[in-house]
Design a protein around this ligand. Sequence first.
Ligand SMILES: [Fe+2]
Length: 267
Amino acid sequence: MNLIQISDLHVSDPGDPVDTLARTTERLAIAVDRINAMSPRPDGVIASGDLVNECRTSEYERLRQTLAPLQVPIWLMVGNHDARDELRFVFDDHAYLGDDGFVQYTVEDLSVRLIALDSQITGQTAGELCAERLSWLERTLAEQPDRPSMIFLHHPPFMSGIDRMDANGLVSGREELARIVAAHRQVLGIYAGHVHRPITTSFAGVQAQTCPSTAHQLGLDLQRTDGVSIVAEPPACLLHTRQPGAPVVTHQVYLDAYPVLVDVKLA
Ligand SMILES: [Fe+2]
């Protein structure tokens, strides 16, 4: 399996301050080109939330246009900057999004089962996993106990060390999520976005990883408590690879073009 994770696209309308600052749409287009050029071609792309910036239908239309050249399947998730109704309206052919309620689904057509959770608290930056969402996860995992599975959600279920993001992280459901993950041995890892940085740890005994943004990153401010900085570290995504029976191997992939300095042939 070769799965690309992109996150925190924040596609915004022309002239919006975020688009001016971080060229969100232009950079997503670069990401699409880069993914299309990858060898081997990925099996698909999962986008772990904050697809747009202001929940506007016009932004989702712009997102759809920008993703149109993508040559592999993409599965969309919600973050704190998303609106479930507008997402479903513009991507009405993405049946996995469902018709109402939380945007939670599984992807069954890869060698690893993908489980997407909805951690949004509408109107808030922080996220949660309520009893309804957690019981859906538990039922879903119980359906296929022998199928290797990766769990995705927007808000990471661990503390990053970046104070303002942790204060606006997954504020409830973390302990119950840990209990469910620990009780289901098919879970390979748990993958998030939200912090606009690549962070690796373990959670309930499995791999835990956040994905950088396709646009702007947050500064590595580990002692700051009064805010966050937005920095020009390179846009990036993650490539999750897995051979049958093996753990997931995750590569960070920079999206901007860079030269090959030397190509060395080894015997
Ligand atoms: Fe974000």
